[in-house]
Design a protein. Structure first.
Length: 294
């Protein structure tokens, strides 16, 4: 249709959907294509920003490590399944944080509360992941650990406050779950439960099945951090049950015009293939493995 902004935005929506369906490599391809379009549209702002930028950063962290690393200093983590080495993952956290720091001024200039909150969410998550990685692979340095987690908490507190002001309940659940994970790492379990309860309430009231799944996974991690294996198994069973509720046979869209020549990533799924919210499959498998060991 000639609307280049809409073409770019629609690609990020597709890329985000592919990510949630655990097709990360295809999602990366589409996000890169969208960012090339963004650079052509606004050379002064070449990075994806706003919701599209947040979704891209979410993927960049996910392809680097899933799930978070574990070890003797774990706070409910699971067996190490780094897609990058710990050193490279720390570098990736820095790259993603740099993206959010570059796009945050755009959101502030325009007073976009949602976008400011999402950039704060990305910043907070990178600090939490950094702290977990260093605790696991570099040993404990309590002073550095506290400084990193304090920075994370500052961003995530701001994130939750901003998302409340923006009135975006779906995104508020994201912020609450990220802060719950931070509190778990800090062993502030009462605070973890408080944020989890609110996130779960939002998700159930709004029928947001993906956030219910994310919350059930965090319940499992929390129970592991507290050495409550029975509770962890119950939470993981609920997670798997909820995932099945997102599944359905794929029905391809057939355009009404003959000239359309779709790119390869449009045909990722076969007609009738079961698709659903599978971005956490690797983590679920790793949690099952850990719980099987007792």
């Amino acid at each position: 249709g000639g609307d280049n902004f809409r073409r770019m935005a629609n690609r990020t929506s597709l890329a985000y959907g592919l990510h949630q369906a655990a097709r990360r490599e295809e999602s990366l391809v589409v996000f890169r294509e969208a960012e090339t379009m963004q650079e052509a549209l606004q050379p002064e702002s070449p990075l994806l920003y706003s919701l599209q930028g947040f979704q891209n950063c979410d993927l960049l962290l996910d392809v680097a490590v899933s799930p978070p690393s574990s070890g003797s200093n774990s706070r409910g983590g699971v067996p190490d399944t780094f897609a990058l080495s710990p050193a490279d993952f720390l570098e990736r956290c820095g790259e993603v944080r740099n993206r959010a720091e570059l796009t945050l001024p755009i959101a502030k200039l325009n007073r976009w509360l949602l976008d400011i909150g999402l950039d704060r969410l990305t910043l907070g998550r990178t600090h939490v992941l950094e702290a977990e990685t260093r605790m696991t692979h570099e040993g404990r340095n309590l002073q550095d650990e506290a400084a990193t987690l304090n920075e994370a908490q500052k961003h995530l507190n701001d994130c939750v406050d901003l998302l409340r002001q923006a009135g975006q309940q779906d995104h508020l659940s994201r912020g609450l779950l990220a802060r719950a994970a931070l509190f778990r790492v800090r062993e502030r379990f009462d605070d973890t439960v408080r944020d989890l309860v609110e996130a779960e309430s939002n998700a159930e009231r709004g029928g947001m099945l993906r956030h219910q799944i994310d919350a059930a996974l965090e319940r499992c991690r929390l129970a592991l951090a507290q050495d409550r294996l029975g509770n962890a198994r119950e939470a993981l069973a609920l997670t798997k049950e909820l995932v099945t509720k997102t599944e359905a046979p794929y029905v391809p869209h057939v355009p009404a015009w003959e000239a359309w020549d779709p790119p390869s990533y449009v045909g990722v799924f076969e007609a009738g293939e079961t698709v659903g919210y599978h971005r956490h499959d690797r983590e679920i498998a790793a949690l099952e493995e850990r719980l099987a060991r007792g």
